[in-house]
Design a protein around this ligand. Structure first.
Ligand SMILES: [Zn+2]
Length: 249
């Protein structure tokens, strides 16, 4: 099972690389076939085997020797690792598929947001459709609709609070809210609260570090923290809640 997940994760990661590269360039995900971004040579199967081709080509294009970005193998390995960790935590359950799907959407959006400061509708749409699909499955298996609604209300109340405090609608990007609402379709209310809490803390720490270094940027890409916060919430939810109550009570 672990080997299967490793292979599947690497292949999915390789597909996410294509999405991350092509979606901001408004390109089709299936056409044209994979090619080198430098010399435009069409890549053959042996050039696009996840991770392995990067290793035996020593990180360079076979045709023009241009360096291949290290982000490609990193995304492939990260995807495989996350799938394996989620399997370890949830075994082969609906939760496993649901959270693997959510993570995939968040990771692709996070990297595109980091590079372009944009959240693209095409990915959000897939996230919404998946979220509605998994919510329906949840309801069929005895899940409660008030729990789903509660999860959805949490990010809305949070955004409302931020707007009231800062008196600015754009304080948190609408794209960020969109992804919080997508995440809410997949997460229980408790996990949603922990995910939101962790995203804001992690994002806040990084924003502070930027400020201290005198780094002036109008806004930081927040989706990477939503992705990271959600992942940590899924894995460490109980521990984080226990820790929070031991330090506050
Ligand atoms: Zn090339």
């Amino acid at each position: 099972m672990i080997i299967l997940l490793l292979v599947l994760g690497l292949i999915m990661g390789s597909f996410f690389n294509v999405c991350i590269y092509r979606i901001p360039r408004e390109g089709s995900i299936c056409y044209p076939p994979s090619h080198c971004s430098n010399c435009s040579s069409t890549l053959r199967i042996r050039d696009i085997i996840p991770l392995l081709s990067y290793m035996y080509l020593r990180g360079r294009c076979r045709y023009c020797d241009e360096k291949i970005s290290l982000t490609y193998p990193i995304i492939e390995v990260t995807t495989a690792l996350v799938y394996m960790i989620l399997y370890y935590k949830f075994s082969l359950s609906i939760e496993f598929f649901k959270y693997s799907f959510l993570w995939s959407i968040l990771m692709v959006s996070a990297i595109i947001d980091y590079r372009t400061q944009y959240v693209y509708e095409s990915i959000s749409k897939v996230g919404f459709i998946g979220g509605i699909f998994f919510s329906l499955i949840n309801l069929i298996y005895g899940g409660r609709i008030d729990h789903i609604l509660l999860s959805l209300i949490i990010p809305l109340v949070f955004l409302g609070g931020i707007i009231l405090l800062t008196r600015k609608i754009e304080a948190l990007g609408l794209g960020d809210l969109e992804l919080f609402i997508i995440a809410a379709l997949y997460l229980s209310p408790t996990t949603m609260v922990v995910a939101l809490f962790l995203s804001v803390v992690l994002g806040g720490i990084i924003a502070m570090a930027y400020l201290l270094k005198g780094y002036k940027r109008k806004s930081i890409a927040f989706v990477p923290y939503i992705a990271l916060g959600t992942f940590l919430a899924l894995i460490f939810e109980e521990k984080i809640i226990r820790w929070y109550f031991t330090i506050t009570l």
